[in-house]
Design a protein around this ligand. Structure first.
Ligand code: J2J
Length: 501
C-alpha cells in the first residue's frame, strides 16, 4: 500500500515529505497566528488558537470514549467549523477520519462503517443515527470534550485518514492518505494559488470533498495562516453575499455551479471586487464557459484537474489566457510522473493517464485484488482518464475510460447503481451510462431490461431511494429495452448504448 523505501527516501530528501503531522502543524500555526481568524461560518468565528484548543479538548473527550491510534471514525458533517475540529482531534489521536459526503445515505454510510469496522460515526443530527445503527454515533452539538491530555505523536509517514474514491466498481474504494503526502500536496497547492495570511478562502463545495479540502482547500488555507469562510451551501444567493461581507479572495467550484454563479454575478447586486481567483474543477469546464470568467467576474480563472487518489493539476495564475481557458493545467510537483498510453500500455499522444508521485497513493485500502488492475506493476495509478499533453506539458482531459458518470463533479460508479437496480424483482438486467447534458456536463441514464411488464420510472426512483443511496446517484433517465448492444467479445457495449441517446 505504501511507497517503496527508496522512493520514500527520495521524497524526503527532496523536501516534499517533512515528517510533519497534522497535529503538529496546527500547534505551530496557533503559535504563529493565534488570534487571527482560521474558520468563519455564519454563526461562528474561530481563531487559530480556538481551533487548536478545541481540537485538544475533543481529542481528550474521544480518548475517554476509547478512541485511539488506528481506529476508524466515519465523519459526515456539513460545512461547519466543527468539521475541522473533529479532523484535527482524530489526527492528534492517530485515529483515522473516513470522509463521507453529506449526500450519503444508509447504503453508503453503513458500508463505510462496516468495511472500516468504524469505532464511531460523527454525524450532524439524531436522524442520521439510523444510517449506521450498529456504530456508536457522535452527534454535532454533543461532541465529547474533556481537559487536554498529553498524546503521543503519530507517525508522519502513517495513514492520517481515508478519503473516498469517485469509484467505478460496485463498492466504493477507500484511499489511504498519509500526513507526509497530504500536507505536501496542500502546502504546494497553497503556494501555486498564491495564498498569504491575508487571503480569504470560501469553502462552498462540501468540506469533505478532496478539492475544497486540499487543492488548496481549507487545509491549504490554514497552512498559509489565512482565513477560511464556510458556506452552508454553494448557491450564489448564499455565497455572493458572503464574498462581499468577508472580502473573499479565492474560492472553488464545479463547472455547473460556475455557470450559475456567472449568471447571478451578472446581475451586479453584490460587490465581488475582492475575488482574485476562481478555481473550477471536478469535471471538464468548457472553453466557452471558461472564457467568461475573467471578464464577467473580474478575477483569474484557475482550472483544477485533480483526484482524491493524489495527482492534482493546476493552470498557473500567470499563464497566458489561452492556456487557462483551454487546458486543465499541469501537475503540482516536478516529481509527478505522467505517462500517457494506449490500450496496450504503449506511449501515445492521447490516451490513458497513468501517474506516480509524492502524493499519489500506491494502493487502495484493503483492496488487494482491485489494486492489481488499478495500478501498474511499477506503481503507476491508472486514473481512468483519457488525456492529451500539450507541447508545454499541460494536460487536456479528452474523455474517460472508467465506468463512471461524472454528474457535474459528482461521481457515480455505474456498477454500484446497476447492482441496486438488479435487486428489483422486475429487472432482468441494467446498464447505466452517461448522457451529455448542457448544464451538468453529464447525466446518468439507466437502460433496463425487464422481466414482463416494466415498472414505472417513478417506482424505480422510489425503489432506489428506499435502498438508501445518495440522491445524486439515482438515474436522471430510464430507458426500457429488449436487449443490450454487445461488443465483439459479448460484453455490454456501453459505447453503443451512449450513442443511442
Ligand atoms: C475533467 N475531469 C476532471 C477536470 C476532476 C481537485 C479537483 C478535483 C478533484 C476531484 C480533486 C477534472 N476536468 N478539471 O480531488 O483535489 C475528474 C477526473 C478525475 C476525477 C477525480 C481535487 N477534475 N476530474 O474531482 O476524486 O475523471 O476528485 O479522475 O472526486 O474527476 O474525482 P475526485
Amino acid at each position: 500500500m505504501h511507497w517503496p523505501e527508496d522512493v520514500a527516501a527520495r521524497y524526503r530528501a527532496a523536501g516534499y515529505w517533512r515528517g510533519e503531522t497534522f497535529g503538529a502543524m496546527l500547534r505551530d500555526l496557533a503559535a504563529r497566528y493565534g488570534p487571527r481568524p482560521a474558520l468563519i461560518s455564519q454563526g461562528a468565528r474561530w481563531s487559530y488558537r480556538d481551533l487548536d484548543e478545541r481540537a485538544d479538548r475533543l481529542a481528550a473527550g474521544l480518548l475517554g470514549l476509547g478512541i485511539g491510534p488506528g481506529d476508524r471514525v466515519v465523519v459526515q458533517l456539513p460545512n461547519v467549523p466543527e468539521f475541522y475540529q473533529v479532523c484535527f482531534a482524530l489526527f492528534r489521536l492517530g485515529a483515522w477520519p473516513v470522509f463521507a459526503l453529506p449526500a450519503h445515505r444508509t447504503a453508503e454510510i453503513s458500508y463505510f462503517c462496516e468495511f472500516t469496522e468504524a469505532a464511531a460515526y460523527v454525524c450532524p443530527d439524531d436522524d442520521h443515527r439510523a444510517f449506521a445503527p450498529d456504530t456508536p454515533a457522535l452527534v454535532l452539538g454533543a461532541l465529547p470534550e474533556a481537559d487536554p491530555v498529553e498524546l503521543p505523536e503519530p507517525d508522519p509517514a502513517g495513514v492520517a485518514f481515508l478519503q473516498l474514491s469517485g469509484g467505478s466498481t460496485g463498492l466504493p474504494k477507500l484511499i489511504p492518505r498519509t500526513h507526509d503526502d497530504y500536507i505536501y500536496s496542500f502546502r504546494a497547492s497553497a503556494e501555486i494559488c498564491g495564498l498569504t495570511p491575508d487571503s480569504v478562502y470560501l469553502c462552498a463545495l462540501p468540506a469533505a470533498h478532496n478539492f475544497p479540502m486540499s487543492s488548496p482547500g481549507v487545509f491549504g488555507t490554514l497552512s498559509a495562516g489565512a482565513a477560511a469562510v464556510l458556506a452552508p451551501d454553494p448557491s450564489p444567493s448564499t455565497c455572493l453575499p458572503l464574498i462581499e461581507r468577508e472580502r473573499v479572495t479565492v474560492t472553488a467550484l464545479v463547472p455547473p455551479l460556475a455557470l450559475v454563479w456567472l449568471d447571478a454575478a451578472g446581475a451586479g447586486a453584490h460587490d465581488l471586487s475582492s475575488l482574485e481567483v476562481l478555481q473550477v474543477g471536478g469535471a471538464k469546464f468548457s472553453e466557452e464557459a471558461a472564457k467568461r470568467v475573467a471578464p464577467e467576474l473580474g478575477c483569474t480563472l484557475q482550472q483544477v484537474f485533480g483526484m482524491a487518489e493524489g495527482l492534482v493539476n493546476y493552470t498557473r495564475l500567470d499563464d497566458p489566457e489561452d492556456v487557462i481557458v483551454s487546458t486543465q493545467g499541469r501537475p503540482i510537483s516536478p516529481d509527478d510522473e505522467i505517462l500517457i498510453v494506449d490500450d496496450e500500455d504503449r506511449e501515445s499522444e492521447t490516451g490513458h493517464l497513468l501517474t506516480r508521485g509524492p502524493y499519489t497513493i500506491r494502493g487502495y485500502w484493503r483492496a488487494e485484488e482491485h489494486n492489481k488492475t488499478a495500478f501498474t506493476a511499477d506503481g503507476f495509478y491508472r486514473t481512468g482518464d483519457i488525456v492529451r499533453r500539450t507541447p508545454t506539458g499541460y494536460l487536456v482531459v479528452e474523455g474517460r475510460a472508467k465506468d463512471q458518470i461524472n454528474r457535474g463533479g459528482d461521481k457515480i460508479a455505474a456498477e454500484e447503481v446497476e447492482n441496486h437496480l438488479l435487486a428489483h424483482p422486475a429487472i432482468h438486467d441494467a446498464s447505466v451510462v452517461a448522457v451529455p447534458d448542457p448544464y451538468l456536463g453529464e447525466r446518468a441514464c439507466a437502460y433496463v431490461i425487464c422481466r414482463g411488464e416494466a415498472p414505472g420510472r417513478g417506482e424505480l426512483r422510489a425503489f432506489l431511494r428506499d435502498r438508501g443511496i445518495a440522491a445524486f446517484k439515482i438515474p436522471d433517465r430510464f430507458e426500457f429495452v429488449d436487449a443490450f448492444p454487445q461488443t465483439a467479445v459479448g460484453k455490454v457495449s456501453k459505447r453503443h448504448l451512449r450513442e443511442r441517446t
